[in-house]
Design a protein around this ligand. Structure first.
Ligand code: FES
Length: 270
């Protein structure tokens, strides 16, 4: 890619604009929403406890910790207990969150949103910014955002893992220790999490490119054209899916946490 520098036609001071609308509102909402999520998820990752609820025979695992690489007794850990050589503060969420976090951080929609909200680059369209030239994402460090397509492959695997968690959340242990099928409020929370994350992931711009033909022309294969149309359909509301899934994945962790701490009791519907 060439490193073309383009001078902005009308240099303005930071925040200077002729716009009459509340152009600052959207970046402010993004700043607060995204900032709150980053603070909560970082805290939830560091605490390293109350991420699994097994009370009332349930099987609810927080998406921040799934798949659970190591964990305590009666937790669905893939490799058993935490190795002793790992420091006390090391939480199993650290092994997980970098992948979905990287996927969101490099998402085309979020890039446009947090460049405005966190970096004032620019604060909004047609609003003055600090820099007087535009370099795009053609040089370091922003050229690294192109890694998004590889995070997409990981995100697709996570959809399968979280769908499995939602399925496991439909099985409860009865008093004799037998598994019986059922639905609790937590089952619905975990299932909605997969639906929202699926709507976000399957509407990804990179996936649209991938299924549509990968080159600069659409594939003439029927199946690929149909897939491209489906991804495009979700892609039209990509921002909405991005926010719904962000909120809900945080709420899912919160729900499991509240149940595990005994603050909330899960409502068994079936
Ligand atoms: S562009 Fe948003 S998830 Fe890929």
């Amino acid at each position: 890619m060439s490193d073309t520098r383009v001078s902005l036609p009308q240099p303005r001071r930071l925040g200077q604009t002729s716009r009459q609308d509340a152009w600052w509102l959207q970046p402010l909402v993004v700043f607060l929403g995204l900032g709150a999520f980053v603070v909560y998820s970082t805290w939830a990752a560091f605490v390293g406890v109350n991420y699994f609820y097994g009370g009332q025979g349930a099987h609810y695992l927080s998406p921040f910790y799934s798949p659970l690489i190591f964990g305590g007794p009666n937790e669905p850990a893939v490799f058993g207990p935490k190795p002793e050589w790992l420091p006390l503060w090391f939480s199993p969420a650290f092994l997980i969150l970098w992948a979905p976090g990287g996927f969101r951080f490099t998402c085309y929609y979020y890039r446009g949103a947090y460049y405005k909200a966190f970096w004032n680059d620019p604060s909004n369209c047609a609003v003055g910014e600090l820099r007087s030239c535009y370099r795009g994402e053609a040089s370091l460090p922003l050229i690294l955002q192109n890694i998004h397509r590889y995070f997409l492959y990981l995100a697709l695997i996570f959809i399968v893992i979280l769908a499995w968690d939602a399925w496991k959340a439909t099985w409860f242990l009865d008093a004799d220790g037998h598994e019986v099928w059922g639905i609790g409020l937590g089952t619905l929370v975990l299932t909605a999490n997969v639906v929202f994350l699926g709507g976000y992931t399957f509407g990804c711009h990179s996936l649209r490119h991938l299924v549509g033909g990968r080159l600069d022309v659409l594939s003439n294969k029927k199946i690929r054209k149909k897939s491209w149309e489906c991804v495009s359909c979700l892609n039209r509301k990509h921002m909405l899916w991005a926010w719904m899934s962000l909120f809900w994945v945080g709420f899912t962790d919160f729900y499991v946490r509240m149940c595990a701490m005994g603050v909330w009791s899960d409502w068994r519907i079936l």
